[in-house]
Design a protein around this ligand. Structure first.
Ligand code: G6P
Length: 480
């Protein structure tokens, strides 16, 4: 079984079983990791999203190694500790985190299972890259089982300030778990600072010495793939059809998010309502499309949020929609990536106004698809993307007045200025695409190997730029 030189470990596999078919799993981790893992033909350890124990299989050439979860574990580990404890706590208490010992026990047990499955499948001296808040204990557990492998850990979501993090009853275990990795990555510098401050305060000042690298690695998108789709006749025709179906609005505003408190959908709708109320936006010529991808629907806080959003959409449409059309089009469903790109091409303004977000890949996708085409991006200062996309209209989503102003400014922006800003941002993203992200992280893991003489041969292997066509056709090993 110990055959894979490069292994990605994430809670979710890149595709999940839906009825009798397999479909792409939702969310930023899968979006970012799928292209880089596919190109390197790494193996992927994760959960298939249901209660059925799945057999190993391959997906676009990637070996998938399923980790089975029972129904009680889905409740306690995934919906409980991961998404009702850690998720809100790490996103600055965007909803109230709940602390339950039974959830923690399930989290420990499931993390142990992930570590055991991974330890079984990785080749001697393999490189293992563990992802996100579901699996923070795996680096240390895996190191105990397989001291020979190099271990990276990347957190796709924010790391909270020590004042918040310290509320977690199992805070030291979590920190010690992460510190089992050789390279520890976060999205932003401020996440790195928060993590280091938590380690210093809760474990002592020398606690971070064991990890070779702790750094910010802002995740990104597959620029080439997005450009190909955006340049296709099919996507452009779909965009034209979308605008026609919406009655050829003068302005089309767009939001595309998982239906989650962190995304600030409700706050965005309330800002729009104010703009219609005060006459800045004309409901007869303006359309807003909010795609809300269903997410974590068995968790009560998510069900409540859905009700609140749907009531608000109904109220706003009741006030402003006319016989000629609906003002806010709320689409509670998932779309294929090609259609998402068509939405980007159709929209004059993207509202990416999360209350808190590790990165917000939607913002990076939008500016990439819009390169040379103009458009405006309203972006939350609490999204990781705000560090790089500085030509966006950056806004505090908690500040209604600022939101109202930023949206009004985006709608009224001069076309030439808008194009220059989008192009500048598209260039930033193109210079730091998802392959550059993965290469930098795995390059730092290779450096770890270089410091260990026994691993020097592995480290000496070339590190091609995965963005280049040569790397796209790279052999069956990770980029190092
Ligand atoms: C975020 C998280 C991912 C998660 C995704 C979808 O992007 O960082 O780890 O997979 O949301 O959420 P779900 O609970 O459906 O996996």
């Amino acid at each position: 079984m110990n055959t894979h030189p490069y292994v990605v470990v994430a809670n979710r596999l890149p595709c999940e079983r839906a009825a009798d078919a397999w479909r792409a799993s939702p969310g930023g981790v899968v979006t970012a990791l799928t292209p880089v893992t596919e190109h390197s033909r790494g193996a992927w350890v994760g959960w298939a999203g249901g209660e059925t124990a799945e057999e190993p299989r391959t997906h676009h050439g990637m070996p998938l190694i399923p980790v089975a979860l029972g129904s009680a574990e889905i409740d306690a580990y995934y919906e409980g500790f991961a998404n009702a404890t850690l998720w809100p706590l790490y996103h600055t208490n965007v909803s109230t985190p709940q602390f339950r010992r039974s959830w923690w026990e399930a989290y420990v047990a499931v993390n142990r299972r992930f570590a055991e499955v991974t330890a079984e499948v990785c080749a001697p001296d393999a490189t293992v890259w563990i992802h996100d808040y579901h699996l923070q204990l795996v680096p240390r557990l895996l190191r105990e089982l397989r001291p020979d492998v190099r271990i990276g850990f990347f957190s796709h979501i924010p790391f909270p300030s020590v004042d918040l993090f310290a509320q977690l009853p199992w805070r030291t275990e979590i920190l010690e778990g992460i510190l089992g990795a050789d390279v520890i990555g976060f999205q932003r510098r401020r996440d790195v600072r928060n993590f280091e401050a938590a380690c210093a305060a809760l474990l002592g000042p020398a606690s971070t010495a064991s990890a070779t690298v702790i750094d910010a690695y802002p995740v990104s998108v597959d620029v080439g793939h997005i450009r190909d789709i955006a340049g296709s006749g099919q996507a452009q025709a779909e965009a034209t059809r979308i605008r026609a179906d919406l009655g050829e609005p003068e302005t089309l505003l767009l939001g595309i998010d998982r239906l989650d408190h962190t995304k600030g959908i409700l706050e965005r709708l309330l800002a729009l309502e104010e703009l219609f109320d005060n006459g800045t936006l004309d409901p007869r010529t303006t359309r807003m499309v909010q795609v809300a991808v269903p997410s974590r629907e068995r968790i009560p806080a998510y069900r409540q949020l859905r009700e609140d959003i749907e009531r608000t959409v109904g109220r706003i449409n009741g006030k402003f929609a006319g016989l000629a059309g609906t003002t806010i089009h709320y689409l509670h469903r998932d779309y294929a990536f090609e259609s998402v790109i068509a939405w980007y091409l159709a929209a004059d303004v993207l509202l990416a106004t999360s209350m808190r977000d590790g990165m917000n890949l939607v913002a990076k996708e939008y500016v990439t698809a819009r390169a040379g085409r103009g458009g405006a991006l309203v972006l939350s200062e609490f999204a990781g993307a705000a560090d790089e996309l500085t030509d966006a209209l950056i806004v505090n989503p908690h500040d209604r007045e600022a939101m109202v102003q930023a949206i009004a400014e985006a709608v009224a922006m001069d076309a030439g200025a808008a194009r220059a800003r989008i192009d500048a941002m598209a260039e930033v993203v193109a210079d730091h695409d998802v392959y550059a992200w993965a290469n930098r992280f795995t390059g730092d893991l290779a450096e770890v190997a270089a410091e260990d003489p026994a691993d020097a041969a592995v480290a000496a292997a070339p590190a091609p730029s995965a963005a280049s066509p040569a790397a796209a056709a790279a052999p069956a090993q990770w980029m190092i």
